[in-house]
Design a protein around this ligand. Sequence first.
Ligand code: CAA
Length: 259
Amino acid sequence: MEYKTILFSVKDGIAWIRFNRPKKLNAMNAQVITEIERVIVECESNDEIKAVIMIGNEKAFIAGADIKPLSDADVNSAFRLVELTTRMQERLADLPKPTIAAISGFALGGGLEVALCCDFRLAAENAVLGLPEITLGIIPGGGGTQRLTRLVGLGPAAEMLLAGVTIKAEKALSIGLVTEVVPVDQLEIKAEDLAMRLAVIPAVAMKACKTAMRSGLNCGLKEGLRIEEMAFCMLFGTLDQKEGMKAFLEKRKPKFLGK
Ligand code: CAA
């Protein structure tokens, strides 16, 4: 499939989604959002892909929604944009394969919201993260008020959301917004290392674990525990469970089949 605003490649089971609108710091207009959604669908349907890395360039992961078309939006067009964004983000968050946002430079507004839909966020030392929408007279429209708050808690989220404060990589690490901070020139290699480790996890267990984790955020503890219980028991019907445990007992490396 052809993309104009992203570069897409697959190597050794790892999909690389590279945002590629450098003159605008990868700001997302409708075309970018649509292409991200299409590439996620491609990642979902390609069995060769076991893990996904989303990355920008050194200066920017994504500096937010493109403010130009937003500036003269009305209520109707705002609803259309939010619909497009939400559809793309839910596809990303629900992708049954592990996802990594490798962040160098700016991850602002809608850009940070994309990263928040990923399972892991690695930050280069030059990363700047924030949801500055309030300084533009709006609020985040791509899940920022919800996903950031659930991830880091109300206090740190309030600083970023209500005061529009942007934070650097180390601070992001201290509040749990990113999982690791690495030198700028190590970002790709560290993201690839993590992706390789995730790519060998049995695929059905990965899908079940992601579903249980993410569904749990949308319901109460009891319901979440039932989802986990179901997923746990269903995994005993997979070949990978048999192989994983047999290999442990035989003191050898497992050969997973993804079923
Ligand atoms: N939208 C449109 N264009 C953007 C952009 C954005 N979000 N971010 C950067 N650009 C453009 C700039 O306009 C500039 O274009 P020109 O060269 O044509 O003027 C180019 O990218 C380079 O940017 P700067 O010259 O501003 O670079 P800088 O290093 O001086 O500053 C920055 C970098 C601090 C990130 C600054 O560009 C900035 O503040 N950008 C906007 C960040 C922002 O507010 N993001 C939230 C957007 S709203 C949103 O995302 C809503 C939502 O959730 C749906």
